[in-house]
Structures are given as structure tokens and as C-alpha cells.
Design a protein around this ligand. Sequence first.
Ligand SMILES: C[S@@+](CC[C@H](N)C(=O)[O-])C[C@H]1O[C@@H](n2cnc3c(N)ncnc32)[C@H](O)[C@@H]1O
Length: 273
Amino acid sequence: MEVSGLDSDGKEFKNAEEMWREQIGEDGEQQEKKTQWYREGISYWEGVEASVDGVLGGFGNVNEVDIKGSEAFLQMLLSDRFPNARNNQHLVALDCGSGIGRITKNLLIRYFNEVDLLEPVSHFLDAARESLAPENHMAPDMHKATNFFCVPLQDFTPETGRYDVIWVQWCIGHLTDDDFVSFFKRAKVGLKPGGFFVLKENIARSDRSITRSDFYFKELFSRCGLHIYKSKDQKGLPEELFAVKMYALTAEMPRRVSKSRSKVQANRPGIIR
Ligand SMILES: C[S@@+](CC[C@H](N)C(=O)[O-])C[C@H]1O[C@@H](n2cnc3c(N)ncnc32)[C@H](O)[C@@H]1O
């Protein structure tokens, strides 16, 4: 992909292929370097305290604004795509790279009857399991956290047709481009008809993970066969943090709308260009 960039030591790369060659090696050595890349990603988080401040890299104070931004985005998507959700529709979500279950606890469990969590770092997942246990957490109307999967995204394939929403926030930077594409391709089978992904991510970089630009993400979405249904910038984050964007992605192509339709309908996004 023809996008240049810098690594965390300030070294410049002409394109993404050159950066990945440096990070995960040429064909022969690739498996070993890739294993090391993933091991380092996990061991970084294994040394981090299981707290909101820990999973947010010392910026626990952004939790509230992050959840508010996500909730507004989610509400708009649910009313658009599941207008009958209140009529006994059983909604299920998957929280990917869930950490301690911050997003499930503060947001997803209020909207979904069931939430599954996926997190490769066991002390984070243990903390999530504990804080979401019925005796420690009052969820509305029997809503519950059901499954806790202790695996990394690159090794995970969801159960066919289980999820209305697959939420992927602040963890996809740990995956190489090829694993990014193969994860989303596999994960599509996990969506119910009308279901969608939400990817919420920084537009920059950190330890043993990479930060992609909006253009870079769009190239990858097109390799995954995914379409941007809606996208929104997260507002209100401290200046010193990276810009954060939310993408709602669907496997099916959004319907094209004729120009004579209402403004609301006409604003529905088209396919990725
Ligand atoms: C910045 S934290 C975000 C946690 C959570 N999504 C949140 O917003 O509170 C990044 C999370 O990604 C997880 N992670 C690291 N490598 C991963 C991988 N290969 N697959 C899935 N999750 C991964 C980390 O263990 C950590 O919990």
C-alpha cells in the first residue's frame, strides 16, 4: 500500500510493505518475527494494571467522553438498522480486545441482551468476569455477559450468525494487515442479517501496535469486502491524544438512494471509494 509513515523510533518507511517487512520479516523468517510481534503486544499488556486507567494508557479520564460518543453513535445505528429492537428482539454483541470489560460494562450491556468478551490477556479477562458477575453488577432486564474468550483476534472465529454487533475498539492496531483482513473476513460469518461491526480506533501509533490513517483503514476495509455504513469522529478528547474515529461497517453494500429522497435517507453513505 502506497502510504508512507514513521515507526516509534522516527524511522521513515516509503510504504506499508517496507514497514511490515521490517516488523515481521521476509517470507522465510516471517512466522518467527510475527510470533514475536504478537508476543510483545501481549506481554506489554500483561504488565499493565487491570483498571480503567491501565487499559486507557493512563488516560482514565477519557472514559466518560469516549462512552458518551460511542453511545450516540450506537443509538443512531441501532435505530437505523434494528428499528424493532424494543419488541422482544434478542440482541447479542461481541466486545473484541475487551480489556477489563470497560465498554461492555458502561455501554454494551445496557443495549444488548447478551455480550461476549474476547481478550487475550487473562488478568484483564478475569477482572471483566468478576466485575460483570451478576452479584457485582446490576444489568437491566436479565442482560448478561455470557462468554469470556481468552484468545487473540488473529486466532478467533465467531460462531455463525450469533452477533448483531461486533465492537472492535482500541485493539486492531495489534494486528498485521493480513491478519486484520483475515479476521474481518472470518468474523463476517458471525454477524446476523443486518448486523454490523463498529471499529473505533486512533489514527496514529504506539508500542508493538500500529496506528493507521483513515485512508489506510479504507484500503483495508475494501480488502475485507466491507462497506462503511456510517463514520463519526470522537469529539472532546484531550489535545495531546490521537484523533479517534468510529466506523460502522457492513458486509452487504448499503443501498443506493436516489437524489429525490429525503435528506435523512440521502445522507446514507455509499460504498468505499
Ligand atoms: C488499549 S486496550 C483497550 C481495551 C478496551 N477495548 C477498552 O477500550 O477499554 C487494548 C486491548 O487490546 C488487547 N490486545 C492486545 N493484543 C491483542 C490481540 N492480538 N487481539 C485482541 N486483543 C488484543 C490488550 O490486551 C488490551 O486489553
